[in-house]
Design a protein around this ligand. Structure first.
Ligand SMILES: NC(=O)c1ccc[n+]([C@@H]2O[C@H](COP(=O)([O-])OP(=O)(O)OC[C@H]3O[C@@H](n4cnc5c(N)ncnc54)[C@H](O)[C@@H]3O)[C@@H](O)[C@H]2O)c1
Length: 271
């Protein structure tokens, strides 16, 4: 029960990684605000957490709306008495087009959700954490795409690079209030809608780049997020924890790529 007595808000928690992080925080004692633009999905997750004897509050909100971000923080305080942890997880995948074909509106939308959203939610949370004078922890979900380039992902990758810069600047500006700010940067995760949209044949070469020829599970990424959120990481701030099976650190060999793709395709669940 690492998070007993703590209050956390997780954005984009109606499904995917955000849902796993919210469930894991609640199972370790935190009271959790399950925030998402999908109100029904958030309500279902909160109800299910409560059925498992956790404490949760569903909150429908758009992270791009500054007033909604403030309302989310106020809702946490009203329901549970404080806000100690914010996980900025909500994001959209972006235009998936060649850099020459991304129009300005699509670029703006990706930046609004993926970069301005975490900025607004953090601003609202920091105000509350500062008032509480007991510190706080902010965890941003970036991506492998936050440290390397991927084909036809200029808007998404630029937003995820930006998230790392934002997290570092918050770590710097808020250090005197005992607020830590860190990033978890996963590679592709099995069982998420972002990945389910892809044909396994196209995912295989990608999985083959990892040391283990597979994708991450949302639990593996949530474990890293919970570590950064909690007291075990009390001397860690401004850092980016890669949960990418080593991809950013290693140059794959031709043998690794071909054998890894075969191994990936041979597993029935393609995990
Ligand atoms: N899925 C992957 O393979 C992968 C890989 C690397 C990084 N990531 C990152 O992990 C995080 C979670 O990814 P996922 O795969 O679980 O995504 P997902 O698409 O399954 O879930 C995203 C959630 O965010 C919510 N959301 C979207 N826009 C919102 C808004 N404006 N306001 C509030 N909520 C909003 C959605 O309703 C959804 O519930 C994201 O930051 C993503 O960039 C994902």
């Amino acid at each position: 029960m690492r998070f007993a007595g703590k209050v956390a808000a997780v954005t984009g928690a109606a499904r995917g990684l955000g849902e796993t992080i919210a469930r894991r925080l609640a199972s370790e004692g935190a009271s959790v605000v399950v925030a998402d633009i999908d109100g029904a999905g958030a309500a279902a997750v909160a109800t299910s957490i409560e059925a498992d004897r956790g404490r949760a509050l569903a909150f429908e909100m758009d992270v791009t709306d500054a007033a909604a971000a403030r309302d989310m923080v106020n809702a946490a305080v009203e329901a549970f008495g404080s806000l100690d942890i914010l996980v900025n997880n909500a994001a959209v995948f972006g235009a998936t087009s060649h850099v020459l074909e991304i129009d300005g509106d699509a670029w703006d939308r990706t930046m609004q959700v993926n970069l301005k959203g975490p900025f607004l939610c953090s601003q609202a949370a920091i105000g509350q954490m500062r008032e509480q004078s007991s510190g706080g922890s902010i965890v941003f979900v970036s991506s492998l795409s936050g440290v390397v380039a991927h084909e036809h992902q200029a808007d998404y990758n630029a937003s995820k690079h930006g998230v790392i810069g934002l997290a570092r600047c918050i770590a710097q500006d808020c250090r005197e209030w005992g607020i830590r700010s860190n990033v978890v940067a996963p590679t592709g995760m099995v069982g998420t809608e972002m990945m389910a949209a892809n044909d396994p044949v196209n995912v295989a070469p990608y999985a083959a780049q990892t040391a283990f020829a597979r994708l991450a599970t949302t639990d593996e990424v949530a474990s890293a997020a919970l570590f950064l959120a909690g007291e075990e990481a009390s001397f860690i701030t401004g850092t980016t924890l890669m949960v990418d099976g080593g991809v950013h650190a290693m140059q794959p060999s031709a043998r690794q790529l071909s054998e890894g793709a075969e191994r990936f395709m041979s597993r029935p669940d393609q995990s």
